[in-house]
Design a protein around this ligand. Structure first.
Ligand code: FEO
Length: 397
């Protein structure tokens, strides 16, 4: 019987699924879990490509042994050092003390720093080569996708790209792991959320990596999270290309904070006027309820952004401050921006969002709207003006 772990030729899937963790990186919800993918190339010389979160080491080593039995592993290729993939390096080194770790100049300092592991190394430069016998591997440095040491490994024998986090997504692999053999519905949104949350700041390095890899005859992408891509390579590369160029669809995200519903009325007024002016895609998020992970995903998806919140202790509403900081970190480009705020006795929210607007370099569509205490006819009209300005700007494109 063909081993169920078989990916292609001599390449096997030895990754694991995490259905226990609530928050990836301590921040991002995992409603469908996440997989940590690792691959074993069972050639004349055996190579392991990346490892898994150390919590899953028992499963991991059992999967490796199921493929190669007691044969040694000659090479451990490290495409990325974030601990969800590098976490088992020290234990792999204990099981296979003669293993040669393959990485670039940036990789080895991190291996020693995180795990105290030293020993045999193969330090690769861009374009360097390793033959395993049948498989010939080339290494491509892709720094800042999304850490400085990130690189990718291309198997020129079977045209397989081991891409690290690139082209990955949230969501466990429930039984199968190749795109053509599984239902992919849950992964598409989870890919956009993964990209915007984890990689979002690094659009320019992702573009550089896409250009560098553009000429390779890639038939399969083995990333470190989510399905192996074969039939869907075009769609997946297209998603990463679009998101890394910060391209967005016509639509508006309204992200608002509210304590007693007064500020929320402003958001409702703006949404209704946007709709009356032909905007179909309107997504509203109460920042105290929607996790920022999902708000960021929608901000990467839509061209318009309207934010608003109350003043709190003479400052901006804290949940909004947290969201604005996450948007700034990701350097989201090419968005149209409007904002509103409220106060009881002294206003701060609108002023603080203005500081965000300046830093973000987004295009401001209209004057902000500031409301004292509760909705009045003048506030209603100002909200409508803001909404119409956003709708007009979207129509102009
Ligand atoms: Fe999946 Fe950047 O680690």
């Amino acid at each position: 019987m063909e081993k169920r772990s078989l990916v292609k030729g001599k390449i096997h899937y030895v990754g694991v699924n995490d259905r226990n963790k609530h928050l990836f990186e301590g921040m991002w919800p995992l409603p469908y879990g996440v997989s940590y993918n690792s691959y074993l190339i069972d050639d004349e010389m055996v190579a392991l490509v990346d490892t898994v979160d150390v919590c899953f080491f028992e499963q991991f080593i059992a999967k490796i042994k199921a493929v190669i039995g007691e044969k040694p592993i000659q090479y451990l290729i490290i495409n990325h050092m974030e601990p969800d993939h590098s976490g088992s390096i020290a234990l792999i080194k204990k099981y296979y003390p003669d293993i040669v770790i393959v990485g670039n100049k940036q990789t080895f300092g991190m291996i020693e720093g995180f795990y105290g592991v030293v020993g045999d190394q193969y330090v690769v430069k861009d374009g360097d080569f390793l033959s395993l016998g049948h498989h010939k591997l080339h290494f491509y440095l892709t720094p800042m996708v999304h850490w400085p040491e990130t690189m990718m490994t291309f198997d020129e024998t079977d045209h397989v790209l081991f891409s690290g986090d690139a082209f990955g997504c949230f969501g466990t692999l429930d039984g199968g792991f190749i795109d053509s053999r599984i239902n992919l519905d849950k992964y598409w949104d989870e890919m956009e959320r993964y990209y915007s949350n984890i990689v979002g700041k690094y659009g320019s390095p992702v573009q550089k990596a896409l250009q560098k890899l553009g000429g390779l005859p890639i038939e399969m992408i083995c990333s470190t999270h989510g399905p192996i891509w074969t039939e869907q390579i075009g769609k997946v590369v297209g998603i990463y290309d679009r998101l890394s160029r910060y391209e967005a669809e016509e639509g508006v995200v309204i992200a608002y904070g509210t304590m007693y519903g007064n500020t929320e009325q402003m958001a409702e007024e703006i949404a209704a006027e946007l709709s009356a002016n032909g905007v179909k895609n309107i997504v509203m998020h109460n920042v105290s309820k929607s996790n920022p992970s999902y708000i960021l995903k929608d901000i990467f998806k839509y061209k318009g952004l309207i934010v608003g919140c109350p003043t709190y202790s003479n400052q901006i509403y804290p949940e909004m401050e947290s969201l604005l900081s996450k948007i700034l970190v990701r350097e989201v480009k090419g968005r149209y921006l409007g904002w509103f705020g409220s106060f009881c006795w002294a206003g701060a929210a609108v002023k603080r969002i203005a500081e965000f607007a300046e830093k973000s370099k987004m295009e401001i569509v209209a004057d902000p709207v500031e409301m004292k205490q509760a909705m009045k006819p003048i506030t209603r009209e100002q909200c409508a003006i803001l909404a119409r300005a956003m709708a007009d700007r979207l129509k102009k494109g």
